[in-house]
Structure formats: structure tokens, C-alpha cells
Design a protein around this ligand. Structure first.
Ligand code: NAP
Length: 518
């Protein structure tokens, strides 16, 4: 049976609950959960009457839940009045399931109806130490229809135990990891044959931390297309919530008819970052049944992934080996027990692809790269290998000198003041200057006015698309290439490495520009 998409609704009034249920139906939900715990008043028949009419008028089959305060809900009372209400609602055909916490269930069962009993367990702090024992007890409970576990994930890895429990369950089951690390358990529910997953109508109506919206579940992650054999991809970094990678890669998978899904996974930065990256990736790669097949690796893990590849004996492409930084993991699962792992740097070739048609690198043009971080390193290396003469200039000149030394004589470091006096054919901004939310969003990384002619100007920054540098360059009559061009190319190369298919670049370009404009 396909995994259901359920929208939880905190009942505040009859009118509001029915309006939300209709919106959920129109947006593609399979069922709704009416959370009556903030509404039901045990000694007041009018609240019970309203709940009954909500069930009668619900446009979708529903779950009725009166979540106890002890498990994260609003209901502070005893279980008996709730069970009495459930008895009263039993004959109504609209109720598909009654949810009761295993700790408060008292042997109640929906006898004589088609509705089933969801026996649930919630832990908003972590995972109960005796989870397996409690699960066994839930499975052995007479009358149980569906088992629900909701624990709190402290890392990406905590999803995997829950997904395994679902896959191995002899009862219909759902197991949801709450919190920012829990997205995997929610989106991959169909891959592990979970009974349902929850998705909110809007971020602010989520009833548990980490719940995706129904729109994201159905359209961004293509929940209905996920099956037990769907390949899983991720963008890994910190922060990661605003990454455009899942949007772009999922659109490409759909356009190519490729059975894959791409998710954001936050692996925290800081002192522990390399160890967390290693532990998480190794567990994902070797997890049976996850079909983890690749990842986009972003800050702060771009260098650590190369060190990990060297330690694990994974293959490195020329760019990652030379630059000591990479942004792509490819896992060939041809031999499931011994997957072959490749690490690539698609940033470097993406810069060349973005320049194609605008400059002939074989004619040894003079290129000024501004910056000395990862993007500058990729640009300088790729351009020098393609025949350009490369000058590097940076706010901190020593960093430019060190980068030039690392690239062993292929490029030359000069100061920013000297750079603008050179007869440059191309200038590339490879600093974070001009980036929204960055260190200097309104600034321009070099004195373009001092250049007496109009070189081609390329940005790596893509938020915003039109940076102050690009605006100035255009006003001075320069041809320009924005940062989206590089972003699309590095993603297209990743997609090609993962799928073996030619990605729809024009579509990717449109999707990214639309997302950035919105
Ligand atoms: P990074 O390694 O942290 O390097 C940052 C660079 O920016 C350094 O050269 C730094 O100079 C310079 N910088 C920072 N703040 C500055 C300021 N206020 N004034 C002058 N210079 C400043 O970062 P990265 O990974 O190279 O990324 C750089 C940019 O490239 C980012 O905006 C990123 O979004 C973009 N990027 C885009 C793509 C794409 O696909 N389009 C891919 C990768 C990166 P110091 O050495 O003096 O600190």
C-alpha cells in the first residue's frame, strides 16, 4: 500500500478545522489528523459535539488524536474521557484511525468499525533508552492497527534506526524523527514502506519540529515518486537549509525520468566537523537498503571530503586531487557490498563551462582572479590549465601569495592596486564580497573604475544574481557572466556524474533564476 501523506490540524474551531482540511485535500493530502487536545473539554458536551461535526464534515478520512501533555500535546486530563469520546465517534465512517499513546491506552480498541488503532510513542528529547522493549510491547498489544514512533534525532544517523524499524516491522508502522535532522525519516517514508508521513500546510502550522510542508513533500521531494528502489542523494553542509541543490537536482531527476531524490542533510561545522562528516557518510554509504548514491558537498566540508577520500582509498578526480577540495561524491552501487566511491570537484570545470562562448582560453588571455579562498583556487587552477595567464589578487595579499605558491608557478600573485593596471581580458570575483548576508553585501571587490577599458567580468556570487560588481560592470559597458552560470554548471556536472544522463541545463537555469528571484 502506498505511504499516505497526512496533514495534522490543531483544532481551534469547527470552521477553521474544516477550512484547513479542505485546503489539505485540494493540495493533495490523503488524510488529515485532527489534533483535538487543545480543544476537547472533558466536562463540556459542546466540544464533543463540535468534534463530531468536524468528523462528519471532513472532506478527507481522518485520524483523531488527543495528544497528552506528557507526550508533547496540550491535553492535561485523564485518558478515560478521551476514550469515552472515541467510543462515541466509533460509528462515524470518516474516522480512519484513533491515535492513543501506548502509555495511556488502557486496552481500548475500536471494536465493530473499520477504523484502526494507532498506538503511539513520542519522545521530544531524544530516543528512549528502552525503545526496542517498548516497541515489542506495542507490537504485542491486542487490537493495535498501526504503530507510531516519534523520537528526536540528534544527528542525521538517528533517522536510519527508525527507517530500519519500519522496514522490518510486521505491523503497519510509521517512525518519524523530530527536529531539524529528521527530514530523511519523513521524506523517505515510502522507500521503507512506512504507513504515513506528516506534512504541514504551512511552516507555522507544523505540529512537530522538522515537519516538511505538504508542498515541499509532494513537489520539491516528489514523495509520490519515491519507491523502495529510489536512489538517495543529499546536499551536505552547514548551514544547509537555504541550499538550492535539492530543488535543482530533484527537478532534473524528474525531467530525466531518473529514480532519485535529493535531500538537505546538515552535518555541523566546528571542531568535530571532519569526524561527523566521516561517521555520517560511512554510515549512509554502507547502510543496507538506503541506496545512498551521491552527495553535493558544500561548506565547511569541501576540504575534509578530500582527506576522507585519501583515508578511505576512494578515487579523486584531477581537480580535487590538485585543489585539495571537492564538492561531489559519487557512489557506484554496482556491487552493493563494496560500493565504489568517487570524489569530484565540479566547481573548477564549471567555471570553464560558464565562460564557454565568451572568451577563447586557448589564446592565452590575461585573467585577474580576485580572492584566495576555495572558489579562487578552483578558478585559478582551471584557467591556468586551459591556457590562460592568471593573476591572483586578494584583500589579504599573503593568502594570494600562498595560493600562487600552492599552484606551483602556474599563476602569479599581485596586489589589488596592481591588478587594475594590468591589461585584463577577464576579471573574476571569487570572494564573498557582494553576497547577500555575507561580509560586505554592498561592496565591490576591486576598483573597476581604475581599469581604463572594459574586460569581461564574471561573478561566482549568485545571491543576489545582480551583485554590485555586475551592476557597475554593466554600467561601464563590460560584458558580464553572473554566478548562476557557474552554479548551474557545477550542479549539471554533478547530475551527469550521478545519472550518466545529459542534464537539462536550460531548465536548471530557469529554475534557479526563478527561485532566486522569488
Ligand atoms: P572562502 O574560501 O571563504 O574565501 C573567501 C574569499 O573572500 C577570501 O579571498 C577572502 O579574503 C575574501 N573576502 C571575504 N570577505 C572579504 C571582504 N570583506 N573584503 C574583501 N575580501 C573578502 O570562500 P569561497 O568558498 O572561495 O567562496 C567565495 C565565493 O564564491 C562565495 O560567495 C561563494 O558563494 C562563491 N561560490 C560560488 C559558486 C557557484 O557555484 N557559483 C561555487 C563556489 C563558491 P581574505 O583571504 O582576505 O580573507
Amino acid at each position: 500500500m502506498p505511504t499516505l501523506a497526512c496533514v495534522p490540524i490543531l483544532v481551534r474551531s469547527h470552521t477553521d478545522a474544516i477550512a484547513q482540511a479542505r485546503t489539505a485535500r485540494d493540495a493533495g493530502a490523503d488524510l488529515v489528523e485532527f489534533r483535538i487536545d487543545g480543544f476537547f473539554r472533558p466536562n463540556d458536551d459542546t466540544s464533543a459535539d463540535e468534534i463530531e461535526s468536524i468528523v462528519r464534515e471532513s472532506p478527507l478520512p481522518c485520524i483523531i488524536t488527543c495528544r497528552a501533555a506528557a507526550e508533547g500535546g496540550f491535553y492535561e486530563g485523564e485518558p478515560d474521557p478521551v476514550l469515552a469520546l472515541f467510543d462515541h465517534l466509533l460509528p462515524l465512517p470518516g474516522v480512519a484511525h484513533f491515535d492513543i499513546e501506548a502509555s495511556r491506552h488502557k486496552g481500548w480498541a475500536p471494536v465493530g468499525t473499520t477504523a484502526s488503532l494507532i498506538l503511539s510513542l513520542h519522545d521530544h528529547r531524544g530516543r528512549p533508552a528502552d525503545l526496542n522493549r517498548r516497541l515489542l510491547k506495542m507490537r504485542a498489544t491486542p487490537g493495535v492497527g498501526v504503530i507510531k514512533l516519534a523520537t528526536t534525532a540528534r544527528s542525521v544517523r538517528d533517522n536510519l534506526e527508525l527507517l530500519d524499524l519500519v522496514r522490518d516491522s510486521d505491523h503497519p508502522m510509521m517512525a518519524l524523527a523530530m527536529g531539524e535532522h529528521g527530514l530523511m525519516s519523513r521524506v523517505l517514508a515510502p522507500k521503507f514502506n512506512a504507513f504515513l508521513t506528516f506534512a504541514s500546510l504551512r511552516p507555522e502550522t507544523a505540529t512537530a519540529p522538522g515537519q516538511p510542508t505538504l508542498h515541499d513533500l509532494l513537489h520539491l521531494y516528489r514523495f509520490r515518486a519515491i519507491t523502495p528502489v529510489t536512489r538517495v542523494y543529499a546536499v551536505v553542509g552547514d548551514p544547509i537549509s537555504h541550499s538550492l541543490s535539492p530543488l535543482v537536482h530533484n527537478v532534473v531527476f524528474e525531467a530525466l525520468g531518473y529514480d532519485g531524490v535529493d535531500l538537505p542533510l546538515r552535518i555541523p561545522g566546528g571542531d568535530e566537523a571532519p569526524e561527523s562528516l566521516k561517521a555520517t557518510l560511512l554510515e549512509l554509504i554502507h547502510h543496507p537498503g538506503l541506496d545512498f548514491s551521491g552527495a553535493s558537498i558544500t561548506l565547511p566540508h569541501k576540504r575534509a571530503i578530500v582527506r576522507l577520500a585519501r583515508e578511505q582509498g576512494w578515487s579523486l578526480d584531477d581537480a580535487s586531487a590538485a585543489l585539495g577540495a571537492a564538492n561531489t561524491l559519487v557512489i557506484d552501487r554496482g556491487h552493493p557490498r563494496t560500493p565504489a566511491v568517487r570524489v569530484l570537484n565540479t566547481d573548477a570545470p564549471a567555471i570553464l563551462r560558464a565562460l564557454e562562448g565568451s572568451i577563447d582560453l586557448t589564446r592565452s588571455p590575461l585573467v585577474g582572479v580576485v580572492g584566495a579562498g576555495g572558489a579562487a583556487r578552483a578558478a585559478a587552477w582551471a584557467l591556468a590549465r586551459s591556457g590562460a595567464r592568471v593573476l591572483i589578487a586578494n584583500r589579504t595579499p599573503e593568502h594570494a601569495t600562498a595560493l600562487a605558491a600552492d599552484l606551483s608557478g602556474q599563476v602569479r600573485a599581485i596586489t589589488l592596486a596592481e591588478l587594475v593596471r594590468e591589461p585584463l581580458d577577464l576579471v573574476i570575483n571569487a570572494t564573498s564580497v557582494g553576497m547577500k548576508g555575507g561580509p560586505a553585501p554592498e561592496a565591490i571587490p576591486l576598483d573597476l573604475h581604475a581599469i581604463p577599458f572594459a574586460p569581461l567580468v564574471m561573478e561566482t556570487v549568485y545571491t543576489p544574481i545582480e551583485t554590485p560588481l555586475l551592476a557597475l560592470a554593466r554600467s561601464r559597458g563590460c560584458r558580464t557572466i553572473d554566478g548562476v552560470a557557474m552554479f548551474v554548471e557545477q550542479a549539471a556536472l554533478q547530475s551527469e556524474a550521478w545519472t550518466g544522463l545529459t542534464p537539462p541545463r536550460a531548465l536548471m537555469n530557469r529554475v534557479v533564476r526563478e527561485a532566486l528571484a522569488g
